[in-house]
Design a protein around this ligand. Sequence first.
Ligand code: GLA
Ligand code: GLA
Length: 677
Amino acid sequence: MNKKLPPCPAFQHFIHGADYNPEQWIDDKSIWDKDMELMRQANCNEMSVGIFSWSTLEPREGEFDFSFLDEIIDKIHATGGKVILATPSGARPHWMADQYPEVLRVNPFGQRNGFGGRHNHCFTSPIYREKVRKINTLLAQRYGKHPAVIAWHISNEYSGECHCDLCKNAFRDFLRTKFDGSIDNLNRAYWSTFWSHTYDDFDQIDPPGPITETGIHGLNLDWHRFVTHQTMDFIKNEVAPIKEITPDLPVTINMMYEFYDLDYHKVADVIDFASWDSYPEWHNGDDAVIAEKAAFWHDLYRSLKQKPFLLMESTPSGVNWKPYNKPKRPGMDVLASIQAVAHGSDSVQYFQWRKSRGSSEKFHGAVVGHDGTADTRVFRSVQETGRILKMVDEIAGTVTDAKAAIIFDWENMWALDDCQGYANAGKKYFETCYSYHNEFWKRGIDCDIVSRHADLSKYKIVVAPMLYLTDGTAAQNLTSYIKNGGTLYATYMLGTVDENDLCHFGGIPGCGLKDVFGITAEEIDVLYPSERQHASVDGQEHELVDYCEVINLHGAKPLAVYADGWYKGLCAVSEHTFGKGLAIYQACRDSGSLKDQVFSQLLDRIGLTSNVASPLPHGVTAHSRTDGKNTYIFVENYSGADSAIVCLTTPMLNLLTGDTESTASLPPYGFGIYKTK
Ligand code: GLA
Ligand code: GLA
């Protein structure tokens, strides 16, 4: 089996580069020449260009000037570098907004934005789509065959929504299609007789918002779905001419951390490989916790296409948009870069190559600062990452063969956050998913992050935290996974509503999952923030927070029981054999130690082992990549204070020293990269 799946087939190496916006120095091209020399010194082999270049490329309507891109792409090529070429739709020229106000966004109060900012465009506007298509066509024709160009960076960080009439009508059409043109179907799905909200016609439907409707949960959910749909439609329009002219060049979009607006599991369908922009808040608390959260998102972006992704942006020092913009401490930048690679990235790229002189990002971290030299701590750190990437280049393209997965699902999150009930102060879906991901992370076990409809057959264990929205298709997916021998670990709130956010009738978890788990969930105690309850597992007590669901057993047996509260003695974690598999249900939210005990026993039982041989100290983790023949193990220490020694499963080749070693010896913020012999 070929297990090398390079995201950019034209360049099967690690990519080390940055966002580069050289048009800022168009009047002093000596800086461009300095940049080329500095790139070589920084061990960089790629630049992402053209991201916000529209006003330079088309200064007046229909008047195109590609001379700066011609020159810069040739210069990068002459330096031996590659180019990821962006389409410029993330920000538009002033003339366009003046001439065609419809390209600008309308807010939920019905007011059209003025010109300014970026991402300020309507996704439906035919004029904007036409303008984007035109410039993308010209870019593809001009650079599609350039030997330096290896991939397309489509727009920048798609986000947001528009409430103009064009978008409203597109939303109504989306609903017409969804409900087969029947307003009765829509009314039933939206439970609209409640509060007399029955619709007579699709044309009456407005997007939910502060001056319209917010109480119809099915409508709110469909609006989220529409925003994803319409953004994907816009991306398809961007990509169409590119695919026609350069069918062999892959396209990507750069995605984000804890991003809420778009269902990336769906968006993945319109791109060839995933990439994302990672800006963890290093040193704001325990770096181990921060690393685990970043790891979750690296795992998600790898899982989207089940192949290596690109780290499209990261800062080599600090950012400029957080409340406190702390630079990374010595060692952290290289470690954070290697973290991405450990999770399946085939690149380390920065925002940005050279710090802007003015405007809003003039103090954002960059490889080259305002001093313009290589003689900085940040530059040397980038150089070091580039050196390491060259040493381990054989790993580029290798995949991650995870046997564990977490179900993290955007539609579920939207529905859960929208529902009025439980704790309205916050449902904590991200945090809960992180807490289960951490059970794998801290043990050095690779983990995928997938949707509720994903193919689960390759996993030994799947965790479905708070899967409140469980439609029939998802329930069937989970049921056959367990029936065929999988272990599914679900929690409180499983199977509460269907795809329209209507409550399942006849007891929960719905859609047949009661029988699969051998339980019914009856009610849920919501704890005040200062309140604690407890549950015991084999006589060991653990602290519970936020939620204690009361469940009845119908065939399942208890793994943990409540130790206090009015539900003392009742089941807190249950286990049920179903078909060839196992269905575990955690009815309560715990502070961490209950999960730890249950997972230790469970992982032993199902034979899911760590990438290393010894238990990992706090803040240390291990990941693997493989080409089907060789296995590569990454061991990472996120403690800035403590060294760690970790036993490897067998003597391995240390790719950074050339020595054969049985243990990884890691200084603070240290790491090791090993290859099976
Ligand atoms: C008020 C309203 C009811 C209902 C309840 C919910 O009393 O009159 O329609 O919304 O609040 O607590
Ligand atoms: C995002 C954007 C970049 C830049 C960085 C700053 O990732 O894509 O253009 O603004 O944030 O951190």
